[in-house]
Design a protein around this ligand. Structure first.
Ligand SMILES: Cc1cc2nc3c(=O)[nH]c(=O)nc-3n(C[C@H](O)[C@H](O)[C@H](O)COP(=O)(O)OP(=O)(O)OC[C@H]3O[C@@H](n4cnc5c(N)ncnc54)[C@H](O)[C@@H]3O)c2cc1C
Length: 511
């Protein structure tokens, strides 16, 4: 007989950790299965000698009051990991320019920067601010998108207000449509800036990013929201969620790769291999899957319902990523740059650069880690013979180092350490097909009501992660996990609500 639990959660990145911790805190018996020897996935870290590198995510959102990470940690009665707000959130260098556009944390300062950088663009920013305000208030009321049953509809309708209904008119619009509407469609420099910023968060340029999503992304670096740099490493966020899972009695099983999901015995049978390739089986009443949904056809022992399977097949390929992990003496870096920068760059593509701060635990005193990432089509990196792969990799590394020379003045000899991860490396690290990162992108045709739901047509199977609304980023995937857990609990006749810290403390005291 297979071992049993109430819920098996598949994948221990931020989405799976959040789901597992939430459901264990509800009193359910939860087992979290993670293929890797550590949790965190794309928001994990690795060590090389004295350096700690953040694998993917390097900055976090959702730490402000009302932000999802803050709400979760209050609910778990845990402190947020140590973090400092980023100011500027990013310095954006357009090709051929000698000074950056800086995304200041103070909204007034950012407004002044915008007026200086993009004269005449205020109507566009004002419209974005209005859309953002209503979308953010809507998101704060925990709507369920896209709705798939009467309970989902009730949550959605309860979160609506006249402002949200008015901004709903823009549901099918792109950020480029907003530019045109505000008479800014001809501002090529603004368009290049927006393309760079939006690609980071939505995988799409202004013409392919849903207006309602773009409006929020463009307000992300400013108070009352903001971006944060974690003390120690990104792994501290996973460590907090692991702690929440453990304190609620849930189990994290590392080195457990899920290979087959079968329906039966009033639930699901999960099969896979554990440490030393030893097979395991786990019977669970419910499954929460944080793996990319493109993996479902291969994991499920039965065919997916036809329409659903076809929909998954038709999703376009997400991006892959090239990531350079380097370390240099801190005095080689220019002063006053901030910790994050973007550089418009041709070959192999525009760079997003993250530096460690002195004393933040990532590099010895007097040194800094330098991480640069570029989006790249993922499939061409596979099926190459080894020498062709190595040549391609070397060329990409040289192209990225040339970009870093332009941005930071770093010569190849300045690196005390340098290595490059390609989509092959991401496929190995995260188990994602072709090393795809970033979910389905935020094109208007796949955003909000048109996105992939956490509720699936298969009973007892729930999805979360960066392919599920509201999408990519540690804050986005935690929100998707929260929605999936609320739905799961509602199906059991219970209500999952995030409690503020004081309420939990009082409940613990009286219980
Ligand atoms: C280069 C890059 C830069 C980024 N920068 C930022 C940033 O600055 N800020 C930000 O917020 N976000 C950023 N992101 C996005 C963010 O990292 C992701 O959206 C988020 O971490 C995804 O979390 P997830 O839990 O959905 O998926 P993953 O992190 O992919 O987690 C899935 C987990 O499932 C495990 N797994 C896979 N297959 C199996 C299997 N068969 N059985 C068991 N376990 C399995 C994997 O090992 C992994 O741990 C970045 C991403 C990348 C790639």
């Amino acid at each position: 007989m297979a071992e049993r639990c109430d819920v098996a959660v598949l994948g221990g990145g931020i989405a799976g950790l959040t789901a597992a911790a939430l459901l264990a805190t509800e009193g359910l018996e939860v087992v979290l299965l993670e293929a890797h020897s550590q949790s965190g996935g794309c928001a994990g870290t690795f060590r090389r000698g004295p350096y700690t590198f953040d694998v993917g995510a390097t900055q976090v959102a959702g730490f402000e009051p009302g932000g999802i990470h803050r709400r979760l940690m209050d609910h778990f009665a845990l402190a947020l990991p140590g973090a400092s707000p980023l100011d500027p959130g990013c310095s954006v260098w357009l090709a051929g320019e000698t000074a950056p556009i800086q995304l200041w944390r103070d909204p007034q300062r950012w407004a002044a920067e915008r007026r200086r950088q993009f004269p005449g663009s205020e109507p566009f920013w004002a419209l974005c601010a209005q859309l953002h305000r209503s979308s953010w208030a809507f998101a704060g009321r925990d709507p369920v998108l896209p709705p798939r049953n009467p309970w989902d509809w009730r949550q959605l309708l309860a979160a609506l207000d006249p402002g949200v209904i008015a901004s709903g008119l823009f549901t099918a619009a792109s950020v480029a449509d907003l530019l045109a509407l505000c008479g800014c469609g001809g501002d090529g420099r603004l368009r290049r800036f927006l393309d760079l910023q939006l690609r980071l968060y939505s995988q799409e340029p202004a013409a392919g990013t849903a207006a309602l999503y773009g409006a929020t992304v463009l307000a992300m670096a400013q108070e009352p929201l903001g971006l944060w740099h974690l003390q120690g490493s990104m792994q501290t966020l996973s460590a907090c969620l692991e702690q929440a899972l453990a304190q609620a009695g849930g189990q994290l099983r590392l080195r457990h790769r899920v290979q087959r999901l079968r329906r039966g015995g009033d639930g699901w049978l999960v099969q896979g291999t554990g440490p030393a390739q030893k097979p395991f089986q786990l019977q669970a009443d419910q499954l929460v899957c944080s793996l990319p949904p493109q993996l479902l056809p291969e994991l499920l022992a039965e065919p997916l319902p036809r329409g659903y399977g076809q929909r998954l097949e038709r999703f376009p390929d997400p991006s892959g990523a090239l990531v350079l992990y380097g370390a240099v003496e801190r005095d080689r870096l220019p002063a006053g740059l901030g910790l994050h920068a973007q550089l418009e760059w041709d070959d192999p593509g525009s760079l997003f650069v993250s530096l460690s701060a002195e004393g933040d635990g990532r590099a010895p005193v007097g040194q800094a880690t330098v991480i640069a990432s570029v989006f790249t089509p993922a499939r061409p990196w596979f099926g190459l013979e080894e020498s062709a792969y190595q040549r391609r990799k070397q060329r990409a590394l040289e192209g990225m180092q040339a970009g870093l020379r332009q941005l930071l003045g770093l010569a190849p000899a300045d690196y005390r350490h340098v290595e490059l991860a390609t989509p092959r490396g991401f496929a190995g690290w995260t188990g994602r097909p072709y090393g795809f990162v970033g979910g389905l992108g935020q094109h208007p045709s796949r955003f909000g009501p048109f996105g992939l739901a956490s509720r699936t047509p298969l009973p007892g199977l729930w999805l979360c992660g960066d392919a599920i609304h509201p999408g990519e980023g540690t804050a986005g995937v935690s929100l998707s996990a929260f929605t999936a857990c609320r739905q799961l609990r509602a199906a059991q006749g219970a209500e999952l609500r995030l409690r503020p810290a004081e309420t939990r403390a009082a409940a613990a005291g009286s219980g």
